[in-house]
Design a binder for this molecule. Structure first.
Ligand code: NAP
Length: 540
């Protein structure tokens, strides 16, 4: 991350700092919307550029776009004027310059959240619920624009991006409902003159650090329950996708959520993280991102003994048994493997296929993958967008290279897409072994590695042979097997004959090094609550 002093922050009003660069005549590389390997004619390049400009104009006129942080209800630049560029991963174009904030801005955001906590926690649950419900309504009313913004800064196909808005907003709606159900308890007293009560109270100020792969949903999944319980938040979105977070924060203000309850800072990740960790005012860190950063945050939270929730990396096995319904297995595998171009923590990372169905499944999967349209997320029928950046493509390349050097075979793809930029060909590789790097690390790209197994025991052993434990999938028509294997898998989430498992009403989270805590559902509320035991004595 490189911060630099922005000329735009001082010379132009805020709306000009957004999308200023979209007026440039040509994107840096072709960004057409087809899987064909032919060079792209110029008019297609112009068409995409026009499309991006139209999107930019529509978004700007919608009035909820910001390219500044939010501290205590005020849109704020970095105190030293430094900014970072936000780029469209499909074209490389700069779409905005946002403030490169650090320790000082974060400390002010913490103070704002701390002050706001005193009044926010005292509102009735019904009042907080109404405001959250209003926020949900606004997010849904702007789902098209928010979807466009997600596609612009993150790259996923527009349909998928709009789907993320519905999914992400769902956490706010669910939290609005659950706000009214934060029940305490009365415990039968062992002594006649006492009454024992359990109160549930908000934890306090929450530091919420989120990744780029779901620019909206990873935020609402944390902020919804936090606010419902009476906590206030300092959000740090990824520097790669801050615009969706800022738009959502603006809508929270419009919904009547008071200034200071929701704050957003972005920029120097380690400085912001350090400020959140070291402040005794911050009582909870909730993080979604890589296991490496999660471990640092967990260790850093020890200094002030904060409550911690971590949603970290996965290494999901997807087990296809001989007795699976091939069509169901294929549909489920495609959904879990290729959503967001393979860039989700619950994407199938290893596809374990039983020997009797292996060849048939490999053929069917390759045919289906070959038909996937790759391109700019705004293109019609595009289902595979770009990867987030060059580093992501290089990681995929190195994992494929290692696998091939150890005996894996490329059935389809296996290289960068002719569209250039960070587009990678949807790929299927066979003869993969559990020892290869591609089976040990998160691929986070559109690559389906096929591993062969003989018995159910072998499949369970292979599936569990990893430090990760987030999501796992199995495909079988045998009911006994579906229970047996679900119970044996060391994972927080298991999809049986289903590849899409995330919903706001169910608990999401991992075991082992995939994290601690759960998000979504009634269980997700507990992460933002402290239990207080009150003993009333001498009543007789
Ligand atoms: P990442 O590099 O760990 O970044 C996540 C967030 O942490 C970003 O906002 C990043 O800021 C910030 N960060 C980085 N270093 C930090 C530090 N020293 N202190 C404080 N914050 C710091 O992960 P990513 O590449 O964005 O996301 C991909 C990872 O997220 C994958 O491993 C994926 O599996 C995981 N993920 C997990 C779940 C889940 O629910 N389990 C869901 C989605 C994604 P900058 O971006 O500004 O540097």
């Amino acid at each position: 991350m490189a911060c630099f002093r922005s000329v735009f922050s001082t010379r132009f009003p805020q709306s000009h700092r957004l999308f200023l660069h979209l007026a440039s005549p040509l994107p840096r590389a072709p960004a057409h919307t087809t899987a064909a390997a032919t060079p792209q004619p110029l008019f297609f390049i112009r068409q995409i550029n026009m499309q991006a400009q139209n999107v930019a104009a529509r978004l700007s006129s919608s009035g909820f776009l910001h390219a500044q942080g939010l501290v205590g209800g005020k849109w704020t630049d970095a105190y030293d004027g430094k900014t970072i560029e936000v780029r469209n991963p499909a074209t490389g174009e700069v779409i905005a310059n946002v403030p490169c904030m650090g320790r000082n801005e974060t400390n002010d955001a913490i103070t704002s959240a701390y002050d706001a906590f005193n009044s926010w926690k005292k509102l009735t649950a019904a009042d907080r619920s109404k405001r959250l419900r209003k926020w949900y309504d606004l997010l849904m009313a702007h789902k098209e624009e928010l979807g466009q913004l997600i596609t612009l800064e993150q790259g996923k196909p527009l349909k998928e991006a709009i789907g993320e808005v519905g999914y992400g907003a769902g956490f706010i709606e669910f939290s609005a409902e659950e706000a009214k159900r934060v029940y305490g308890d009365i415990i039968p007293s062992p002594l006649p003159d006492r009454r024992l009560f359990v109160l549930k109270q908000p934890v306090g100020v929450v530091g919420a650090i989120t990744p780029w792969n779901f620019p909206l949903a990873m935020i609402t999944r944390k902020v919804g329950p936090a606010l419902a319980c009476g906590c206030t938040v300092v959000i740090k979105p990824s520097e790669l996708t801050p615009l969706t977070a800022l738009a959502a924060a603006e809508l929270s203000l419009q919904a009547g959520i008071p200034p200071g309850v929701v704050n957003v800072v972005m920029g120097n990740a380690s400085e912001i993280g350090e400020a959140l960790l070291s402040s005794p005012k911050v009582r909870k860190i909730t993080f979604t991102g890589s296991t490496a950063v999660g471990k640092k945050l967990m260790a850093g939270s020890a200094g002030t003994v904060k409550k911690v929730s971590l949603e970290l990396g996965g290494n999901a096995p997807c087990i296809v048994f001989d007795d699976a319904d091939l069509e169901v297995a294929l549909k489920g595998t495609l959904a879990t493997k290729f959503r967001n171009s393979g860039q989700t923590c619950v994407c199938a990372n290893r596809i374990l296929v039983q020997e009797g169905i292996y060849d048939k499944f490999a053929d069917a999967l390759s045919t289906a993958v070959q038909n996937m349209k790759v391109g700019n997320g705004f293109g019609e029928d595009v289902v595979q967008g770009p990867l987030i950046n060059e580093a992501a493509v290089q990681k995929v390349e190195s994992l494929i290279k290692d696998a091939i050097s150890k005996g894996a075979k490329v059935i389809l793809g296996g290289k960068r897409h002719s569209l250039g930029m960070t587009f990678y060909e949807p790929t299927v590789i066979s003869d993969v072994k559990n020892e290869m790097l591609i089976s040990r690390e998160e691929v986070f790209g559109p690559v389906a590695p096929l591993l062969k197994f003989k018995t159910e025991e072998e499949a369970i052993h292979m599936a569990n042979d990893t430090n990760a434990g987030l999501a796992a999938y199995l495909f079988t028509t045998n009911v006994q097997r579906s229970w047996r294997v679900s119970e044996a898998l060391e994972y927080g989430i298991v999809g049986v004959n289903e590849g899409i498992i995330s919903t706001e009403v169910a608990p999401f989270g991992g075991v082992k090094q995939s994290g601690v805590g759960r998000e979504g559902s009634k269980y997700g509320m507990d992460e933002y609550l402290e239990i207080k035991y009150v003993c009333l004595g001498n009543l007789s």
